[in-house]
Ligand binder design. Structure first.
Ligand code: FDA
Length: 403
């Protein structure tokens, strides 16, 4: 005979466990189902193993969505302070690293244990590893799930299977298939918080800079070129063999549109053209010596070479126009990525279930009573820095209290 539950949560990640714990602690009979054999692998590998579990500054402005107001309700009803209170209740030591980002002092495992304990105090049932064959809605409401551990009946189903990033640890398009089955619209998914790549021949001069890191300003340009389109970050950039990575690039990748450039200020504190032109009389004479005082030497050499400038050129002899061109190459380096490293390396998936299909109060699908979507499966994508977990917690709680 089918096992009967009030709630079946599919996906035992950040959002799923939070939702299950909240619903179960309100007295609901909850089962959590996941196809993986290891619990919450993404929490485990997050933040370099220390889980950047929230950001104390998190607000709707830190999220991308086709429907930017949607996230406001859930985020305001479960805040970073609420999650910190839970972390403190479980005596997990934490610290702030950078721009409001909160990390465990010891290990991301502590967050997983905390969520497991919260589920246990509500007597949550587990089916793991467990494959789901189908999810059908009965005419009288309620759902029937066919799984390789038997049939499960549930009055409500919560889809918390995340996005497509990192398939090798179990990411699937399950949420999108359920959306399609129930005729719910999607915002096209694509990799976000991801390193960007460049055409190998145009990247060749920069490939040898692999490993160089520096703090930059980065923004996205328009189809017409340099004109910035709004999003702008000051973070570290890292050169790789195939392109660019580091927090600056991961952040801007979420905003980048194929075919458009990104614009990088490699030296945000110096107006290069103005300093060189005004310093013609007083600065050290050779161009290479000056630029390598500002930038890592290999990068300085490379930038001069690709701009056809000799390192031993004397700035006093150079026309202002040439110095202005170098200024642009350093303060507004405009390059067009040919793509990204894709879901294999992306920290998150942008897009997902169109939020216009969901209630912002409860996360339930407007036209399918009893069917909920939470976490990364939904078209709400946070910046880098603890925002994505905050969305997982907040959307999980929004559904959990409504169930
Ligand atoms: P999540 O991906 O956590 O969970 C989905 C669950 O569904 C998984 O357990 C999976 O096995 C299961 N599942 C998938 N398909 C299924 C199927 N067909 N049947 C059954 N189960 C299925 N964010 C942040 O805020 N701070 C950070 O430090 C980091 N760091 C970080 C590092 C790396 C390397 C990655 C890849 C990502 C991050 N993130 C992050 C992002 C963060 O991990 C992510 O946004 C949340 O885990 C999303 O939570 P969800 O619960 O929605 O999905």
């Amino acid at each position: 005979m089918a096992k009967q539950f009030d709630v079946a949560v599919i996906g035992a990640g950040a959002a799923g466990m939070m939702c299950a714990a909240v619903a179960a602690q309100q007295g609901k009979r909850v089962v959590v189902i996941d196809h993986a054999s290891k619990l919450a692998e993404k929490i485990r590998i997050s933040g370099g193993g220390r889980c950047n579990f929230t950001n104390i500054h998190a607000g709707p402005q830190h999220f991308l969505s086709d429907n930017p107001h949607f996230c406001k309700s859930a985020l305001s009803r479960y805040t970073p302070q609420d999650f910190l209170a839970l972390v403190k209740k479980h005596r997990i030591g934490y610290h702030e690293k950078h721009k409001g980002q909160q990390f465990c002092n010891e290990s991301a495992e502590q967050i997983i244990e905390m969520l497991k304990d919260e589920c246990a105090s509500g007597d949550v049932h587990w089916r793991m590893p467990c494959k789901i064959g189908s999810v059908e809605r009965r005419d009288d409401g309620g759902f029937v799930l066919q799984t390789d551990s038997g049939e499960i009946e549930a009055a409500n189903v919560v889809i918390a299977t995340g996005g497509l990033s990192i398939p090798k640890i179990g990411a699937t398009d399950f949420a999108y298939r359920i959306a399609s089955q129930f005729d719910l619209k999607m915002v096209e998914p694509r990799p976000a918080l991801v390193p960007l790549t460049f055409d190998p021949s145009s990247w060749a001069p920069f490939a040898e800079l692999s490993g160089i890191a520096l703090e930059v300003d980065v923004e996205t340009g328009s189809l017409k070129g340099r004109k910035p389109t709004g999003a702008r970050f000051r973070e570290d950039l890292l050169f790789t063999h195939r392109g660019l990575s580091g927090p600056a690039i991961l952040q801007i990748s979420s905003f980048w549109q194929p075919g458009t450039p990104i614009i990088i200020n490699l030296l945000p504190e110096v107006d290069v053209a103005q300093t060189l032109i005004e310093g013609k009389g007083s600065l050290k004479k050779q161009l290479g010596n000056i630029v390598s005082q500002w930038l890592p030497e290999r990068l300085a050499d490379c930038l001069l070479a690709v701009n056809g400038l000799a390192p031993d050129a004397r700035i006093a002899d150079m026309p202002d126009a040439q110095l202005r061109k170098l200024g642009l190459a350093i303060n507004a380096w405009s390059i067009v990525p040919n793509g990204s490293e894709g879901y294999r390396k992306a920290e998150v998936t942008r897009g997902g279930i169109d939020t216009r299909e969901l209630s912002q109060q409860t996360m339930m699908a407007n036209k399918v009573p009893g069917l909920y979507f939470i976490g990364e499966s939904v078209d709400v994508t946070g910046w880098l820095g603890g925002y994505n977990f905050q969305w997982a917690w907040a959307s999980g709680v929004a559904a959990g209290v409504a169930l």
